[in-house]
Design a protein around this ligand. Structure first.
Ligand SMILES: [Fe+2]
Length: 427
């Protein structure tokens, strides 16, 4: 590893979304909107969160500050290029000077894109990560976006990415740029109290996976040096600052996720998971995620047949956190020899104690114990796939170039096929 110049990166950037956290903090949303000097905002949400009463309450709070609000309540669980486009058109026509998102990752990501297109124009596919889209960079900052998450999962309030499904290409991918970072997160654990335990399980495992992947990604100073700062990706690689955020999120995931799933009224456990989601968002938003997320996109995108328990009926899909976690034991068994010590550290953080005589199976075992305890699917097969689907899944995962550069060792199609095969049944 070179420290100065040469062919390796020597620079990383420390960025984090300003966040207000605590039970009751969402009651200050109106005050926050006013503080940004906004006069007319687009409020982005989804029908379930609207029906829960959360979005109408936030609307009331914003309007009480004399700010005009137009509601967009059509965010869908898995945003597509079409659903993003519809929100972007609404945003372009609406002449808004800012955006507020209330909901899960899909609402926050929809708001990021609405703000991007309303500010800078262009087609959504122009901005989508290559090779799937054009990889165009936003030419400047977007209009202010305030995010109020209602699930403890994606950490989207703290990241620079928006994830979307492109049904025509059977692929899930994203748009990522530092200008997509929300200007403020308002993280109120009281808003997660109504989430069913299955939703908490999936979302919480997404948090754990964000933190583990970002801790176990290729370090920034083992990546090629970039001379033009414009070309430096948001996912920079593991670095000392990202490590702090990810480590704390792992600790919370190990300590509180079982409780948060078991009892929706456990404010302490759900609160720490909500905070953990944001911390992990900052961590992986800086360092990046890799194999489990790269595999998760085709797992979620290829077939839409599995009806997840605990989620609204008549919408077969694989919830994101579960699509991610199923390949994580095999993925981390594969990456183990690139950085054994760091794999031990992740296992210790999750277990809340130092595990004696660790080896390549230690972290996979800790993850599998957690998955079993909180009712996660047992593997890729349970989600509707068989060995026959492996080539298509590998093809989809290989398209996630921006993620696979973060794998801490060389990875090819055969490696990914082996990881998916080993993930058919985790127990
Ligand atoms: Fe994720």
């Amino acid at each position: 590893m070179q420290q100065n110049g040469g062919s390796f990166e020597t620079i990383f950037t420390m960025e984090a979304t300003p966040v207000k956290y605590g039970p009751g903090s969402s009651e200050e949303t109106g005050w926050e909107v006013k503080r940004f000097g906004l006069k007319r905002v687009m409020l982005v949400s989804d029908p379930n969160v609207v029906a829960s009463g959360i979005t109408p309450r936030i609307r009331e709070l914003i309007e009480a500050e004399g700010v005009e609000v137009e509601m967009w309540d059509k965010s869908r669980v898995e945003p597509t290029s079409d659903s993003f486009q519809a929100a972007a058109d609404f945003a372009k026509d609406g002449n808004f000077d800012g955006f507020v998102a209330v909901g899960g990752g899909s609402s926050m990501d929809t708001a990021k894109i609405a703000s991007l297109i309303a500010t800078h124009g262009g087609e959504i596919m122009d901005y989508v990560n290559p090779p799937i889209g054009g990889g165009k960079k936003p030419p400047g900052p977007t209009k202010p976006l305030i995010c109020v998450p209602t699930t403890a999962g994606t950490g989207s309030e703290a990241t620079t990415a928006a994830i979307l499904d492109i049904p025509d290409m059977k692929v899930k991918t994203g748009i990522s740029h530092t200008y997509l970072r929300p200007n403020r997160g308002i993280v109120d654990p009281l808003l997660t109290m109504t989430a069913p335990s299955e939703v908490m399980s999936s979302a919480g495992l997404d948090v754990v996976c964000h933190a583990a992947e970002s801790y176990l990604t290729k370090p920034y100073n083992e990546r090629p040096k970039i001379d033009d700062p414009d070309e430096r990706p948001p996912y920079q690689g593991a670095n000392p600052v990202a490590d702090m955020w990810s480590a704390k999120a792992l600790e919370y995931g190990g300590k509180y996720l079982r409780r948060a799933v078991a009892d929706g009224k456990d404010v302490e456990a759900r609160g720490f998971m909500m905070l953990g989601a944001t911390l992990a968002g900052v961590g992986f938003g800086s360092a990046g995620v890799h194999i489990p997320h790269a595999c998760a996109y085709p797992i979620a995108g290829l077939k839409h047949e599995w009806q997840p328990p605990g989620y609204p009926e008549n919408h077969p899909f694989v919830p994101h956190g579960w699509s991610v976690i199923v390949t994580s034991p095999a993925a981390f068994r594969f990456t183990y020899d690139a950085m054994p010590e760091r794999h031990h550290e992740v296992a210790n953080l999750l277990a809340g104690e130092k595990i004696e005589n660790p080896d390549e199976d230690t972290l996979p075992r800790v993850l599998i114990d957690l998955m079993r305890d909180i009712g996660a699917p047992g593997g890729v097969r349970e989600l509707g796939y068989s060995e026959d689907d492996i080539p298509a899944l590998v093809e989809g995962a290989m398209k996630q170039e921006r993620l696979l550069v973060g794998v801490p060792k060389e990875v090819d199609e055969e490696d990914l096929a082996n990881i998916i095969r080993d993930s058919m049944e985790n127990w």
